[in-house]
Design a protein around this ligand. Structure first.
Ligand SMILES: *Cc1c(COP(=O)(O)O)cnc(C)c1O
Length: 358
């Protein structure tokens, strides 16, 4: 089978070994005679998978005892609302950094729940840069300070983070791709479909002393305290997604964990940015160098009229998912954990060939 190299932004590439393991166990899970996705989520077979997924998160991210690990449905999008609903009392105010399209969506949702204070706004400059962490100061009495560690559409990434009493981060597009110090954060959330599995499950890591803020009046599913108390089994969890997530994390661990993943990701990003920078302006990166994301690399052709042709020929050459987000156009390659350096080299070779033929 000749699979294309998959540069999709999300859902996105999953290690082939994981897809094969899922296929092999789909009909008869470990000799039980049934599929894992047709048995009780309260039974021993599923419970083991569930708890292994949770403990792999703890192990790989070195989550301290002070923090709880939750698995919830609804995507990162539901977290845009759950965060203010749980951590900001009526009349409270939360700080946000508007670093891109995703931060902007988080701000819009938080604004429906309470007051939002924008500490820094990158919109006017087309979201091509980030502030220095030291320039971001939480306002007095804010419930939390929200950042987006990696902007998937604009292609900017924080290299280090601002300080705040409660720092909350949307890490949907770069969690498990580089080491982080979880103790720096009050709350982290991330949908699985960029770096650790299929869509359907969202990871939330929350400092235990924040769980008391979840109001009793909240609908149960929307309460972090309810999910924490139930070990993320308050209701039927997304069992397939959690099973696949467990396999992806085992695969990551077997390949040397997050430190090794970061080395691979750095090499992949260097390869592609080099191809852009050394094209004598044939390809252009709009992103300020210090803020460049190694995960989502965006570029334009100097001759924008040729982008459609570039994308079409790339797809014919087995390079999939390179179209920029519909809101910005251009090209984007998402180099998540499951994309290999070999795959990136196929792309840079194609780019050079396209350039030379022009
Ligand atoms: C993909 C993405 C989201 C949205 O995730 P859903 O699971 O579709 O809700 C939010 N934030 C960032 C940074 C993303 O990359």
């Amino acid at each position: 089978m000749n699979r294309p190299v998959n540069f999709s932004a999300g859902p996105s590439a999953i290690p082939l070994e994981v897809l094969q393991a899922l296929a092999a166990d789909m009909l008869n899970y470990k000799g039980t005679g049934l599929s894992l996705i047709e048995v009780s989520h309260r039974g021993k077979t599923y419970e083991e998978v569930h708890n292994q997924a949770l403990s792999l998160v703890r192990e790989l991210l070195k989550v301290p005892e002070s923090h709880s690990v939750l698995l919830i449905g609804g995507g990162a999008t539901l977290q845009f609302s759950m965060l203010p609903m749980n951590l900001c009392p009526p009349n409270g105010c939360a700080d946000y950094v508007r670093s891109g399209v995703w931060a902007d969506k988080a701000i819009a949702e938080a604004g429906k729940i309470g007051r939002v204070n924008i500490l820094w706004d990158g919109k006017e400059n087309g979201y091509t840069a980030l502030p220095t962490p030291a320039a971001i100061k939480a306002s007095p009495n804010s419930c939390y300070l929200h950042i987006t560690s990696n902007e998937t559409i604009g292609g900017v990434q924080w290299k280090s983070f601002p300080e705040a009493a409660v720092l909350a981060a949307d890490m949907s597009s770069d969690i498990f791709t580089r080491p982080i110090d979880v103790s720096q954060f009050g709350l982290i959330y991330a949908g699985a479909q960029k770096n650790f599995g299929p869509a359907g499950v969202t990871l939330v890591i929350i400092r235990n002393n924040l769980l008391k803020h979840s109001p009793d009046s909240l609908p149960s599913y929307l309460s972090y305290a309810v999910h924490a108390k139930a070990n993320s089994l308050y209701n039927t969890p997304p069992v397939f997604s959690i099973w696949a997530m467990k396999l992806v994390l085992e695969n990551l661990k077997a390949k040397g964990g997050i430190e090794a993943a970061e080395k691979r990701n750095t090499a992949k990003a260097a390869e592609l940015y080099r191809a852009i920078d050394e094209s004598n302006g044939f390809y252009l990166s709009p992103v300020q160098k210090e803020a460049r994301s190694p995960m989502n690399i965006v570029w334009r052709l100097a001759d924008e009229n040729r982008e459609a042709e570039f994308l079409k020929k790339a797809a014919e050459a087995g390079l999939e998912g390179l179209k920029g987000h519909r809101s910005v156009g251009g090209c984007r390659a998402s180099l998540y954990n499951a994309v290999t350096l070999d795959g990136v080299k196929k792309l840079t070779a194609f780019m050079k060939q396209f350039e030379d033929a022009s």
